[in-house]
Design a protein around this ligand. Structure first.
Ligand code: ATP
Ligand code: MG
Length: 867
């Protein structure tokens, strides 16, 4: 059975059990401050479990792209070294939201594995939660009894809290779980040791494939547990491991999920994959084919490699792949980007984003490879220096702090330092390295640590956002919680009807005030967490349950929405001028300016920029009214031709913003008609990454200000020039300047010509040679010409000229060809340069040196005479 069929059968099976099949959410999360990537199937359903949102069906199944490279789940170090942990993998899952519970979850899992997929029952083991005294939790006998109806009791294993009690985070839904493990060893091996002993023991062929979580508790911030009002099922099965079991392989990498990628790496590197666990070349190949998937899907879902946050995690994964292939596959040129096409062929049918974004993904990876390979080359030079220093001190251990600096500041892989050190019979001071690493971790922890307390509910009221229609509203606080971070103590509050727009879709969150008879409470920021709109205030009002007037800062909001609406017009104009490959890749929309990143492969020229500006300003002039469609079914929006972006997670109902022919799905706030934007002006165009351009622009008041400033500058210039026709005046100035310059040049030449005869006469016989040592204030160019002329015309001559034109002294040495074997101009100049605190060099016949110390000229002259 192919992997495609295996995936489809899973979905079909749960469809037959009345589950709604939904697509995978993007791998990159945008609305969750606690998590950067989807790291399990349940991530996209968190709101349902927390009760913030109603699920669209009480039974759902899907396959979810997951990434486990940071935070609670981080498998990165194992990837490549074992055969069943990946950075990106697909998690097949079925969910019940307050619908079925343990019995159905267990029955169906068993039915699917043994009857549909036909895994022999004697290859399966299951685990259940054994209970935990400290938590006052008893053994999960319920699950035990359901399992007992399917599987021999001696195959049901007790598991502890670490393996068999699942928690969403520090607080939130949690509960016992049951894992299903499969034993893929040969009969012979099984006869030697029972699989029972190998479950949960890191054996590569006795692995966990499916985890069934029974959510029945809620953990509060103080650590205590309470029963959940509605119980849920959350299951996750590793797709690649399932393929290994069903295709009877002993490694995930031997399934058709990976073999086409491995074949391509073999072709490009000329190295053969032999599947050996400890073989460095095989590890490198596994790393490469694993990481290319993670990086490609992250980029396709909108996360470009960058220097911070989620982008940095992606960059590090890619660099890990580059560094392994550099070291163990001998790949010193970019090649990973060539794997993207293979990945597309293989996964594109189910995940269209990789087809649509192929070009961008390929370009970005290639550029990242290029720049990191350069980093490696530079790092090698630095490392060489560190090694030489160590050896010169007769030591055998490279300082940990320096190796860490190389890694941390320059991005040079520490493993690479270790290997190169070993080749020179040296080691790295690992303790010192770890200490630096720990210090660094503490530093970043300190700056981001935030303690969040439990929500205190003030009023059980619906919590809605009303900011599309209102910027001022009578409101009540529904809940609040304390947060502590490095800036102090604050309170997060939620309102029943909040006019404050939460940061999102590139648009900054609203600021403003909450007012009651106690006074005015400043709203410092507004953000969204899962489904909630949360505003931040410094102090909590006394009368927390009373009424407040919420007021949005109007001038900021107005400028911001002008900038937001104009990004839509800009997006459309760019697609008209440059082509429909242009797609938004990120934006910032604030009251001061806007930034718009989009896919495009070359720098925009002046005409293109002017044309885009013109088109946008034409739409502003047309004063197109805002047409806003709230709760539009997604199918209808598609039909109307709305722009949809890959990597965005759209619900079934969407909001569409239309200005004339521009139609975008958007949650932001907008002007009532485009005339409010006033004017649009691009102030910069640049590149942020391969294949991504960035436009920075202003509108409204800021644009007016910009033109006022320009006008002011022009007025100043024209008063300086005492002229109204600036272009003509400046042309005249430039012309005059050019004439003067050439006159000066001619004069200098004249002067030098006059001097050469004096110089020729000044040579004195010194031993076997004619020597001239002279100080002059001629410029460097003239001195050079003269010295060349002298060394040609005077045989047996050494010419040393020290010039003091300008601020800095300069020494020029010329030696006639017949003496070059005896004297070396370069060496002489070096010696003399010491006197003027300078440096330089050249060949035996001609050399120059610049210096800093004018006062040293006399000494240099004396020294020259000695020589
Ligand atoms: P393991 O102990 O093997 O790391 P886990 O306990 O971390 O697994 P869960 O969080 O329960 O796994 O995830 C559910 C399923 O997802 C697992 O049963 C496994 O099949 C799969 N899985 C988990 N992590 C990975 C990974 N890094 N690569 C591939 N599949 C994975
Ligand atoms: Mg794990």
């Amino acid at each position: 059975m192919t992997s495609q069929e295996i995936r489809q059968q899973f979905l079909d099976f749960f469809k037959s059990k009345e589950h709604l099949i939904v697509p995978s959410a993007p791998i990159v999360l945008k609305d969750d401050p606690t998590l950067m990537f989807s790291n399990s199937g349940m991530t996209q359903f968190k709101d349902y479990f927390l009760g913030y949102k109603e699920p669209k069906s009480h039974r759902i199944a899907d396959t979810q792209k997951c990434l486990r490279v940071s935070g609670k789940h981080n498998d990165l170090d194992d990837v490549g070294r074992d055969t069943y942990h990946h950075t990106m993998f697909e998690m097949l899952g079925n969910w019940s939201f307050g619908n079925y519970f343990k019995k159905e979850a267990i029955d169906w899992a068993w039915e699917l594995l043994t009857e549909v997929y036909k895994i022999p029952k004697e290859n399966l083991y299951v685990t259940i939660f054994e209970g935990d005294e400290k938590e006052n939790l008893e053994r999960d006998n319920e699950a035990y009894n359901f399992w007992k109806t399917h599987i021999a009791e001696d195959r049901i294993i007790n598991g502890n809290k670490k393996d068999n009690f699942w928690e969403m985070g520090e607080s939130g839904p949690c509960g016992p779980c049951s894992e299903i493990h499969v034993d893929l060893r040969t009969a012979e091996e099984k006869a030697k040791i029972s699989g029972l002993e190998l479950v949960n023991n890191d054996h590569p062929q006795v692995v966990e494939i499916w985890n069934l979580v029974f959510m029945q508790y809620n953990r509060k911030a103080d650590g205590s547990l309470e029963n959940l009002p509605a119980k849920h099922i959350d299951t996750g099965m590793g797709f690649e491991r399932l393929c290994m079991a069903l295709q009877q392989k002993s490694s995930n990498y031997d399934t058709d999920v990976f073999t086409p990628l491995i074949a391509k790496v073999e072709e490009l590197s000329g190295k053969k994959y032999t599947g050996i666990l400890e073989d460095e070349k095989d590890i490198a190949i596994r790393v490469v084919v694993d990481h290319i998937r993670a990086v490609s899907f992250a980029i396709a879902d909108g996360q470009l490699p960058s220097n911070g946050g989620a982008g940095y995690v992606i960059r590090r994964i890619l660099r890990r792949a580059i560094s392994y292939s550099y070291r163990f596959l001998g790949m010193k040129e970019p090649f990973l980007f060539e794997l993207v096409a293979v990945l597309k062929n293989q996964m594109g049918a189910f995940f269209p984003e990789i087809v649509k974004q192929e070009k961008l993904v390929t370009e970005v990876i290639k550029e990242e490879e290029n720049s990191f390979l350069k980093t490696i080359e530079h790092g090698l030079v630095r490392l060489d220096h560190i090694i030489k220093e160590t050896i010169s001190k007769n030591e055998k251990v490279l300082p940990g702090a320096e190796v860490f600096e190389l890694y941390d500041t320059y991005g040079f892989p520490a493993d690479l330092s270790r290997i190169i050190a070993e080749e020179k019979q040296l080691t790295v001071d690992e303790k010192g390295f770890d200490e630096e690493m720990e210090k660094q971790k503490q530093r970043s922890k300190k700056s981001s640590a935030q303690k969040v307390y439990d929500w205190e509910v003030v009023a059980e009221l619906p919590e809605n956002f009303v900011g599309y229609d209102k910027t001022e509203k009578e409101v009540k606080i529904t809940r609040y919680r304390k947060v502590e971070n490095k800036d102090g103590e604050f309170y997060q509050i939620v309102l029943n009807e909040t006019p404050f727009y939460p940061e999102g879709g590139g648009q900054v969150g609203d600021k403003g005030t909450l007012e009651n008879n106690e006074g005015t409470f400043e709203v410092l920021e507004t953000k969204k967490e899962n489904g909630l709109v949360i505003s931040l205030i410094k102090d909590l009002p006394q009368n927390i349950s009373g009424n407040f007037t919420a007021k949005v800062n109007i001038s900021d909001r107005k400028n911001t929405q002008a900038n937001h609406s104009v990004t839509h017009l800009l997006h459309e104009a760019l697609r008209e001028v440059l082509g429909t490959h242009v797609e938004q890749k990120g934006s910032y929309v604030g009251p001061d300016y806007l930034r718009f990143d989009f896919s495009h492969f070359s720098k925009m020229n002046e005409e293109e920029l002017a044309l885009v500006e013109e088109k946008v300003n034409a739409k502003i002039k047309e004063n197109l009214p805002l047409q806003e469609y709230r709760d539009l079914p997604i199918a209808e929006a598609t039909e109307k031709g709305a722009m949809m972006l890959f990597g965005e997670k759209y619900g079934d109902k969407v909001r569409m913003i239309q200005f004339g022919s521009s139609k975008e799905l958007c949650g932001g706030t907008h002007v009532k008609s485009t005339g409010e934007i006033g004017h649009f002006k691009i102030i910069a165009e640049s590149s942020t990454a391969a294949g991504i351009r960035r436009i920075e622009a202003i509108s409204g008041d800021k644009a007016t200000e910009y033109f006022k400033n320009l006008e002011h500058q022009l007025k100043e210039v024209s008063s300086l020039l005492k002229s109204k026709d600036l272009v003509k005046s400046i042309e005249k100035l430039l012309e005059e300047n050019a004439t003067l310059k050439s006159e000066v040049e001619a004069l200098k030449k004249e002067k030098a010509k006059g001097e050469i005869n004096d110089w020729k006469n000044a040579f004195v016989q010194k031993g076997d040679k004619q020597l001239l040592v002279k100080r002059t204030s001629l410029d460097a160019g003239s001195v050079k010409d003269l010295v060349f002329q002298l060394k040609k015309e005077i045989p047996n001559s050494v010419t040393i000229i020290i010039s003091d034109a300008g601020e800095k002294p300069m020494i020029t040495v010329g030696i006639s060809a017949d003496l070059e074997a005896k004297y070396h101009a370069g060496n002489i100049v070096k010696e003399l340069a010491k006197e003027i605190q300078g440096g330089g060099g050249g060949n035996p016949g001609f050399a120059t040196a610049g210096g800093k110390n004018l006062a040293g000229i006399e000494n240099a002259l004396n020294k020259a005479m000695e020589i």
